[in-house]
Design a protein around this ligand. Structure first.
Ligand code: GDP
Ligand code: MN
Length: 378
């Protein structure tokens, strides 16, 4: 699970990693009560990277500009994700920007320290200068120093950057994290250091041991379980729910090829995870349908599942359960469902769904064509 920047910075603060004074903004009007002096930077709190390049990071000098910029950022999706909150932060004058990270290398099963003297938004330059140190036995400050020397740092910076890497490592191991990243670490003209952006990935298996992280996770509304991916697109009226990323992307492709416009798509996750039972799959289907139909632009839902753990009929009954519970509001909205299922008990599923007037297909192309046809009529 990825934390948002403001949550990562909260952890940095607790660890003594220097961060700027900042304030969470839930609504543009919150900026009228801002306690940080201008100029400030406003930052979209989405989990994906590349916010700087996408226009999700804006510098402003006064309240009027800040409110306008906040309105723009709240309405700007970044790789399909809209921010629920923004972060307002004091502006920092950096002369250089470094990249720092502690990450678990899964092939060698050891933590690795990464550092580059060319941090910031130019990922190519960062990679070109990247240095690494494998932490192959118990951690000591020596590892951090070694990374700074490999990065080519001198004098005072060796000291101050090493101290930050040590604190990052402490955070990484104490909280069982998969990644701690600072990009950029701003270096001022006087050689002071400041974490300007932070990324923390929590290991989902370790949430049970860290109730404080589990609470942070629960605060993030619209957070999906890690095996699901949901992408909201800008326009369109067809919603897709599929299982497995490959199937999801192939379906998206076919709908577009048939000249359909997709409003959003959801990958419910493959069926091959260790802890999946028929009951959890049905629950996922219902939760997934709930999520993709929240968008009022949606007129047609196309469900495409390859059923293996469950039968087609069980998948159909999950769809039916969702449908029956909301029959009235779905009819008012004129929401059409189209299903494509592959697996056991197809005929039973077909009977089941035809009672609800939901067309069921075995052939994907037929299902896609029907969905696009219905969407065009709507
Ligand atoms: P990302 O593009 O999603 O990684 O978002 P960042 O938080 O890294 O912001 C993009 C860029 O904006 C950074 O690489 C910095 O160059 C710049 N930036 C972000 N915050 C500050 C700040 O407080 N002061 C200054 N001067 N630059 C900042
Ligand atoms: Mn960044």
């Amino acid at each position: 699970m990825d934390l948002l920047e403001y949550q990562a910075k909260e952890l940095f603060r607790q660890m003594g990693i220097p961060v700027l004074p900042s304030q969470r903004i839930d609504h543009p009007s919150d900026l009228k009560g801002l306690k940080i002096p201008y100029p400030i930077v406003l930052k979209s709190q989405v989990r994906v990277g590349g916010r700087g390049k996408a226009g999700g990071v804006r510098f402003v000098e006064n309240t009027i500009d800040a409110v306008a910029a906040a309105q723009t950022i709240f309405h700007l999706p970044i790789m399909g994700e809209y921010p629920q909150v923004l972060l307002a932060e004091a502006k920092y004058a950096s002369q250089q920007e470094f990249y720092l990270a502690v990450v678990l290398d899964r092939t060698i099963r050891k933590p690795v320290l990464l550092g580059s003297i060319r941090g910031g938004i130019d990922a190519e330059a960062t990679l070109e200068h990247i240095q690494q140190v494998v932490v192959d036995s118990e951690f000591s400050p020596f590892y951090a120093r070694r990374l700074t020397v490999k990065m080519g740092l001198k004098d005072k910076l060796i000291q101050s950057v090493s101290a930050i890497i040590e604190a990052m490592f402490k955070l990484f191991s104490e909280k069982d994290l998969d990644l701690v990243e600072i990009n950029p670490l701003g270096i001022s003209a006087k050689g002071e250091v400041m974490a300007l952006d932070g990324k923390v990935i929590v290991n989902d298996e370790a949430l049970g041991r860290h109730p404080e992280l589990a609470e942070l996770a629960s605060k993030m509304s619209n957070t999906l379980p890690p095996y699901m991916n949901f992408v909201q697109l800008d326009d369109g009226n067809i919603a897709l729910a599929c299982n497995g990323m490959g199937l999801t992307m192939a379906t998206l492709d076919l709908v577009r090829f048939a000249q359909g416009k997709v409003a959003n798509f959801l990958n419910l996750g493959g069926e091959l995870c260790h802890d999946v039972t028929p009951a959890t799959i049905c629950e996922r289907i219902e939760k997934g349908l709930e999520l993709i139909t929240r968008d009022k632009k949606v007129n047609v839902v196309l469900v495409n599942f390859l059923c293996s753990t469950i039968s087609c009929n069980l998948a159909a009954s999950a769809i039916e359960h969702f449908f029956k519970q909301r029959e009235e509001s779905l009819q008012q909205r004129q929401l059409h469902f189209v299903a494509r299922l592959v697996g056991r008990e197809f005929d039973l599923a077909k009977e089941h769904l035809s009672a609800l007037r939901i067309p069921l297909f075995q052939d994907l192309e037929q299902a896609v064509n029907r969905a696009v046809e219905l969407a065009k009529k709507a």
